[in-house]
Design a protein around this ligand. Structure first.
Ligand code: HGY
Ligand code: MN
Ligand code: MN
Length: 447
């Protein structure tokens, strides 16, 4: 790809129609410039200051955040972002499951949309989700200040309960947004700490009235940290994300018989914790045995009565099983189910399994992926195509419109950890890729 020279650009000025104060440079390079021909660039300091301001809300030791979905902490984050949206003159809508959509009503037709989430896990970092929302606001503010008006409206989404950590499934808000889960079902989901989702929305003042599913955007692109080690290990700066791996979340409840730890012989026990331990080990070994992209995680275990001198009555554990290949993921699920039945019989316990989330692998739109890839290289950065290991709202938007994602590096591959870190330079450069990508999407006819 040869770089555009100023001579190239001036010849383009002669030949191209000025769509609005910025020029559409033909397909050799698709960077957008202001009419003073200075390249459009976001304000990295303003982006960082918003990221740090949001990180002030419910900080945890080590510099991260805990803002579980629909808690008071999540509400505080939501209120701050809505304030920023209104400061930018965006029209703000809240839908029936609390998704917040800020829209810059310029141009015409369905909006180009970006966004992500600001709810976190308990050991959340500053950037997971927050970057995608705040970079979207930064792109709009940059264009407004440069007097550049896209051909289409630009929208920024803050999707409810992306993490799924408090209310399963994950990506709940964006799933309802695209019609993948009914509003009634969503509102009746109970949190791991008890409350009903609909009641929590009302309690924090985010039970909106915009109906779901909503009208699909023209296109969707999400900027997100990779949350894994691949880009850093490959010494590649950005990812043009090709899709998201399949996700299987289950809750396994094991009922045994509580008994005295000191008097009950081992042969007479019905101990659910033994089954927890064996199932956890089986998942770990299955992932190693399958190899490839297979991963398994037991992240949550609850034991009742959870006391030192009582053989447990009951135990509940979560199974997070993922793979980029749907058939392999199903094979893993089948092997796990058989193992659970075998161990339950042996230990004399009963088991029930509840599906918390089940999403097949998602392939993003190659046209959008290539626009991301092209702008990243045009801006002089290294980039690779890659699937996402983590779930994202983009995987739901991909059901209704051309969608892709941009990944930045994660230091040491860490995420869902207070030490999560991405350099300000990468956050800024990733936001510039987002800006150029959104402008191109606004000019692209996907019909
Ligand atoms: O679980 C996930 O992959 C995402 O963080 N919700
Ligand atoms: Mn995320
Ligand atoms: Mn996350």
């Amino acid at each position: 790809m040869n770089r555009l020279t100023s001579e190239d650009i001036s010849s383009v000025i002669r030949d191209s129609t000025i769509i609005s104060p910025f020029l559409l440079i033909p397909d050799t390079s698709c960077c957008f410039y202001t009419d003073t021909m200075s390249p459009l660039r976001i304000d990295g300091q303003r982006l960082m200051s918003r990221i740090m301001d949001l990180a002030e809300i419910s900080p945890i030791e080590g510099g991260g955040n805990c803002r579980l979905a629909l808690t008071d902490e999540d509400k505080a984050g939501r209120d701050l972002v809505v304030t920023w949206m209104k400061d930018l003159g965006l029209s703000v809508s809240i839908d029936v499951v609390g998704n917040i959509i800020g829209t810059w009503n310029v141009g015409h037709g369905a909006p180009v949309m970006t966004g992500s989430h600001i709810d976190t896990v308990r050991t959340g970092g500053k950037y997971d989700g927050n970057l995608g929302v705040l970079a979207g606001l930064e792109v709009i503010e940059t264009l407004q200040q440069a007097g550049v008006t896209p051909q289409r409206p630009f929208a920024v989404g803050v999707f409810t309960d992306e993490e799924g950590a408090r209310f399963a499934p994950d990506m709940l808000g964006s799933l309802v947004f695209v019609g993948g889960l009914s509003v009634e079902e969503a509102l009746d989901i109970n949190a791991i700490d008890g409350p009903r989702l609909g009641d929590e929305l009302t309690r924090i003042g985010y039970a909106g009235n915009t109906p779901c599913p909503q009208t699909p955007p023209h296109a969707f692109v999400e900027l997100h940290i990779e949350q894994g080690p691949i880009l850093e290990a490959n010494n590649v700066r950005f990812g043009a994300v090709t899709g998201v791996q399949g996700i299987s979340w289950q809750e396994l409840t094991i009922v045994g018989q509580s008994n005295h730890a000191g008097t009950t012989p081992m042969r007479l026990r019905k101990d659910p914790v033994v089954v927890v331990a064996e199932v956890a080990k089986f998942l770990h070994d299955l992932a190693l045995r399958f190899g490839g992209n297979q991963i398994c995680t037991v992240g949550k275990i609850d034991v009742h009565p959870n006391l030192i001198n009582v053989v447990a009555a009951r135990a509940t554990m979560t199974l997070d099983v993922r793979n980029t290949d749907e058939m392999v993921l199903r094979q893993a699920e089948q092997e796990i189910a058989s193992f659970i039945a075998e161990v339950a019989l042996r230990e004399g316990v009963t088991t029930t399994v509840r599906t918390l989330a089940r999403f097949e692998p998602v392939q993003f739109d190659q046209r959008v992926i290539d626009i991301v890839h092209r702008h990243t290289t045009d801006l002089g950065h290294t980039v690779q195509y890659m699937p996402s290991g983590a779930g994202h709202d983009a995987q739901m938007l991909a059901r209704v419109c051309p969608t892709a994602m941009i990944f930045t590096q994660s230091k040491d591959g860490l995420s869902h950890n207070a030490a999560e870190y991405t350099s300000p330079e990468d956050l800024e450069a990733g936001s510039n890729i987002l800006l150029q990508t959104m402008l191109t999407l606004a000019e692209t006819d996907f019909s």
